[in-house]
Design a protein around this ligand. Structure first.
Ligand code: TMP
Length: 173
């Protein structure tokens, strides 16, 4: 509805979804609105610092190298994506951010950051090909700042199941 093509076709049951087959572009595309996670470690900026503008970041999807941080010149030089694909991915990523921020704020949730991946259909069309969930985003309660995402697990704080259910309840009613 918002002009971002996705791989989604149909939900079959709680655990299975039909999606379009793609060749994944080997980039983790991260958008950050507020400092957290690796950004705070890398840049020494306190967690919770709101950025003047959203940040787009690329990592190279490579487990052996632990998904290293790269810029778009790396992606071009290594043939991971073309300039046109990077432009499309960048446009979609910022648009996804705007759409998600609004949906979440209506549920009193702040979108701190998130990661998405994109894929190519057989004709080369770039589409969003990922889940969007508390596993792949940072969600903070807009009033209390409570974490409603995987950081509860990553930081061994507990309560992740309740937090995930809370996000689902707020979004789906
Ligand atoms: P980071 O601060 O650890 O780089 O994470 C930024 C966002 O990306 C955060 O919302 C979690 C998400 N993420 C993933 O979904 N998968 C990953 O492998 C990583 C490193 C981050």
């Amino acid at each position: 509805k918002e002009g971002i093509p996705t791989h989604y076709v149909q939900e079959i049951n709680d655990r299975d979804t039909f999606v379009k087959k793609v060749e994944i572009v080997p980039l983790e595309v991260i958008i950050r609105n507020v400092a957290a996670g690796h950004f705070t470690l890398r840049m020494g900026v306190p967690e919770g610092t709101e950025f003047k503008t959203p940040i787009l970041e690329f990592s190279y999807k490579n487990d052996d190298l632990h998904d290293p941080f790269i810029n778009h010149y790396y992606a071009l030089a290594l043939g991971l994506a073309t300039q046109e694909e990077i432009d499309t991915i960048t446009k979609y990523a910022f648009k996804i951010n705007e759409v998600l921020k609004k949906i979440l704020l209506d549920a009193n949730i702040r979108l701190i950051d998130f990661k998405v991946e994109f894929g190519r259909l057989s004709d080369g069309t770039i589409i969003l090909a990922d889940e969007i969930s508390p596993d792949t985003c940072r969600f903070w309660d807009a009033t209390t700042g409570a974490h409603l995402d995987k950081d509860l697990f990553r930081r061994n704080l507990g309560g992740e199941a309740d937090a995930y259910q809370e996000v689902m309840k707020r979004l789906l009613g």
